[in-house]
Ligand binder design. Structure first.
Ligand code: NAX
Ligand code: K
Length: 521
């Protein structure tokens, strides 16, 4: 379940080979066979069976070596097989060169890619004629930057051929660490991740190019990543259990009474955006809180009576203004005294000096706090030290979308999206807050360096109010006694799972609304 960078993978490979003594050739043999088995599974689902012709695109490195082992095993399985070397094979070295010689001794047909002297594009040069699928063994974790010639044109020809691709380790052209994709990059139906999934397979746009990601062991000891200090995990039921000791669904305590599941105060919504507060409060109830109070500036509270009978309304003195602007932070802190968690931010609006207001509040509240939406922007714009959080005894969890993360970190959105795992982890460690960086493949990062990449959720959840619901869910879990990372990870996973369930029970056309997510919890 660990996700690794190419650097971490190289260290793990080196340790297995040099310190433990597992022959590199053994790893490559296991890798190639695993890819062949996944390719056979793909061919069978494609209903083509043995008359499926595979063309192995082999680069000059060990990724190419894996491809040659795969070619040999596919042929032994009865498939038609040929090899197309990206570069003259005499450039291969070490384990890859050994596989080149074996393939040649076995008479596996091979050609060397070369742009015809007329420069006609490769697709028309008939390299792929007669084949049903491609094995992408061009570039793996050893590649860096845009694929250079001749890889770039061969990759583009492979894409143009429209043939289905099974990628070895990563689709060529993908940045294994960040998920960024080069102009020339393979779109795979299946990516066979060797030993561990590389981070880039689970961060967009790379995640959208990898197809089905299958992690296959190749003989690296199972605890190698942990021993190498890798603390990045795919977020799913397995890792919630193994890494955080949380089972899905969370067990309900037997001797429960209202107090057992905590009391959450939601300070959210304002005269024009009361819905955000209501959605967060309802989500907290559905997520299992015993009690949920919805704090509102006193003059605005009567207008909200009866919205949700289960939610207690808490009027906070506001000098009659009905706006957060005139609520003193100490008054809201008093309302939060004795609750088990505070959610602050959704639909709160902005006002002059709101950064100092929020910092003052955070310094006074003893309970765990979930900060979302407008409250995040208050910290991002807070005068002298933008993006800096007050140190607190109790945990602070923040749930920024990419735009809010960018403002907090003082960068553009595209910069913030370049390496989401790296940014979330670095920001969490620097500010001592637990970060839930939303977006496709939400990243949860803890100040202690652990990070989880979420696998649940769907694009239909990019709808107003979905974030308010997440804020309520995580706040509820904090109130139920989960620690910051547990609440953030479980909350992100559960929110996405509910969104998937809500989407599944609706016709495609009817788009999701936040209430559907809450009801599906
Ligand atoms: N290191 C090991 O012991 C093992 C490695 N394995 C395989 O080996 C791969 C890593 O192999 P390598 O490190 O040899 O390198 P790769 O095979 O990933 O890269 C191929 C070669 O391309 C060249 N290259 C780098 N960037 C390029 C670019 N932008 N355009 C064109 N060429 C570029 C490099 O010189 C490199 O040798 C893994 O992805 C995995 O598939 C597995 O066989 C398991 C064992
Ligand atoms: K590859």
């Amino acid at each position: 379940m660990e996700l690794v960078t190419s650097g971490e993978m190289r260290a793990i490979d080196a340790s297995a080979i040099e310190e433990i003594g597992i022959p590199q050739e053994a790893l490559m043999e296991n890798a190639g066979r695993a890819v062949a088995e996944e390719a056979r599974r793909f061919a069978e689902t494609a209903g083509k069976g043995a008359d499926f012709g595979w063309l192995i695109l082999a680069g000059k490195g060990n990724n190419g070596g894996d491809g040659l082992v795969c070619a040999r095993h596919l042929r032994d399985m009865g498939f038609r097989v040929a090899v197309l070397y990206a570069e003259p094979p005499e450039r291969m070295q070490g384990a890859a060169a050994l596989q080149r010689d074996i393939a040649s001794r076995l008479g596996i047909p091979a050609r060397v890619y070369a742009l015809s002297d007329t420069g006609a594009d490769a697709a028309n040069a008939g390299w792929f004629a007669g084949f049903d699928g491609l094995i992408d063994a061009l570039l793996g974790t050893g590649s860096a930057g845009e694929p250079r010639a001749p890889y770039a044109s061969l990759i583009e020809a492979a894409v143009q051929s429209g043939l289905p691709v099974v990628a070895v380790d990563i689709p060529s052209g993908l940045n294994a660490d960040t998920g960024a994709v080069a102009k020339a990059s393979i779109r795979a139906k299946v990516t066979v991740a060797l030993a561990y999934a590389k981070r880039g397979l689970h961060q967009h746009p790379g995640a959208g190019r990898a197809g089905e990601v299958v992690v296959r062991p190749i003989g690296i000891p199972a605890d190698a990543a942990e021993r190498a200090g890798v603390h990045t995990y795919l977020l799913n039921a397995e890792s919630l259990k193994a890494k955080l000791g949380l089972s899905v669904p969370l067990p309900r305590k037997e001797d429960s009474h209202k107090g057992t599941y905590g009391h959450v105060l939601v300070a959210a919504g304002s005269a024009l955006m009361s819905g955000a507060g209501l959605l967060s409060a309802r989500a907290a109830l559905r997520a299992g809180s015993g009690l949920v109070s919805w704090a509102q500036p006193a003059a605005a509270a009567p207008g909200l009576r009866g919205f949700a009978p289960e939610i207690m309304l808490r009027a906070v003195p506001d000098e009659g203004a009905g706006e957060w602007r005139l609520v003193k932070p100490e008054r809201l802190a008093e309302a939060a005294a004795g609750v088990d968690a505070l959610v602050v931010g959704p639909g709160m609006g902005r006002w002059d000096g709101d950064g100092a207001w929020l910092r003052n509040l955070l310094e006074r509240v003893a309970a765990p706090v979930l900060v979302d939406a407008d409250a995040l922007n208050m910290i991002a714009d807070a005068g002298a030290q933008p993006g800096v959080w007050p140190r607190r005894e109790a945990p602070t969890v923040i749930t920024p979308h990419p735009g809010e993360m960018a403002r907090l970190a003082g960068m553009t959105v595209s910069e913030a999206q370049r390496d989401r795992i790296g940014l979330a982890r670095e920001y969490a460690a620097r500010h001592g807050v637990t970060v839930v960086l939303k977006g496709a493949r939400t990243v949860v990062a803890s100040p202690d360096g652990r990070a989880f990449v979420n696998t649940t959720g769907n694009s239909g959840m990019a709808t107003g109010g979905s974030g308010d619901a997440l804020a309520g869910i995580v706040g509820s879990l904090l109130g139920q006694g989960l620690n910051a990372l547990e609440a953030a990870a479980y909350g992100a996973y559960w929110h996405g799972l509910a969104g998937d369930r809500a989407a599944a029970s609706r016709p495609q056309a009817a788009s999701l609304i936040a209430g559907d997510i809450i009801e599906a919890l």
